[in-house]
Design a protein. Structure first.
Length: 343
């Protein structure tokens, strides 16, 4: 059996509790995931929306690094066009050391034009900003002095007083639902995460695997220091004692999450993404996995078999799910699924 790993994905979307309590309870959930044997914790970055109460992932991850011992931690993703890359290099180095070498570096351009627009960033120009910022990150993490001259960023012999704990730098992640970007991720050996139903993920994973093999020996691959890339599927998850109980609780909680993830779009009279996040589509395509431990285990096994993914990321706390129910769901999943794939 291929080695399968399991991670946790988090938006930290707003619910009814005070914000400080939300952070405290989410850190407690993360500590449970650490003890239960999940491999990684991935945190989204969102701005000006109740979908993301951790718009600065580094701040929350610094706290998480001191609350955990084994689970690896990282953004999925840093939105590079919104960062001054020299400053981000320094944050990455700090987080890698604060976590004792457990940091994982996810990068991306951003998918919401309304979030980017809040910073005056034109989505049409983010590719060149992303490319340059990533070049600065790599050079800054691997050099004693930073020299760079580009359209967006310029640095002249800046001393790099900080270096990462992991050499040459932490593993890179690149999630995408854009078919044109899968080959890019594969050529560079990024860990990859996809969304959507199994048949679409299978196409993406097959393409990724073929491209990765074709370019495995290329020089200059950004994630060439990672021997086995992770090809992951992300799913919302809720596990309870019975299928009926799980579906009733999860459906009620989904309404709050749906409002959060669509709010900025609706504020701009844009309903183009509504169907992507609907309860009905999520259940039909099994991008939302709910049920008893046995039911969810069967769905995960089918997903991994059909797609060829070697990594599963579950989001266990979302919408109005009660904290105790989310914690129990995470632990029931760990008990039912993780031993099946233990190395």
């Amino acid at each position: 059996m291929a080695t399968i790993e399991f991670g946790v994905f988090d938006w930290i979307d707003r619910n009814s509790m005070p914000l400080g309590e939300l952070y405290t309870q989410r850190l407690a959930l993360l500590a449970r995931a650490d003890r239960a044997g999940y491999h990684r914790y991935h945190l989204a970055e969102h701005h000006a929306t109740p979908l993301g109460m951790a718009p600065s992932p580094s701040v929350f991850l610094a706290a998480a690094a001191r609350q955990t011992e084994r689970i690896r931690l990282g953004p999925l993703v840093y939105l590079l066009p919104l960062y001054e890359p020299l400053r981000l290099v320094e944050e990455i180095c700090m987080l890698d050391h604060l976590s004792n070498g457990r940091f994982e570096l996810g990068v991306g351009r951003g998918v919401s034009p309304y979030e980017l627009g809040a910073f005056g960033v034109d989505p049409a120009h983010t590719q060149s900003q992303f490319d340059e910022a990533l070049e600065v990150l790599v050079q800054g993490l691997t050099s004693t002095h930073l020299n760079y001259s580009g359209e967006h960023y310029q640095y002249n012999n800046v001393p790099m007083a900080l270096q990462p704990a992991q050499l040459p730098y932490p593993p890179l992640w690149y999630p995408t639902h854009n078919p044109t970007k899968i080959a890019y991720a594969a050529r560079h050996g990024y860990h990859y995460v996809g969304l959507g139903p199994s048949f679409l993920l299978k196409e993406a994973v097959d393409e990724y695997r073929a491209e990765w093999r074709a370019h495995q020996g290329d020089a200059g691959r950004l994630n060439g220091h990672v021997e086995t890339p992770r090809m992951g599927a992300m799913r919302q998850v809720f596990v309870a004692d019975t299928d009926a109980e799980a579906e009733a609780i999860a459906k009620a909680a989904h309404a709050g999450w749906y409002q959060s993830i669509t709010k900025l779009w609706h504020d701009n009279d844009d309903h183009s993404v509504d169907h992507l996040f609907s309860w009905e589509l999520g259940m039909q395509g099994e991008t939302i996995l709910v049920g008893s431990p046995d039911t969810v285990r069967g769905k995960v096994e089918r997903l991994l078999e059909e797609t060829g993914c070697n990594y599963f990321i579950g989001s266990f706390a979302w919408g109005s799910l009660p904290t105790a129910a989310a914690e129990r769901s995470l632990e029931l999943f760990a008990e039912a699924v993780l031993p099946r794939y233990a190395a």
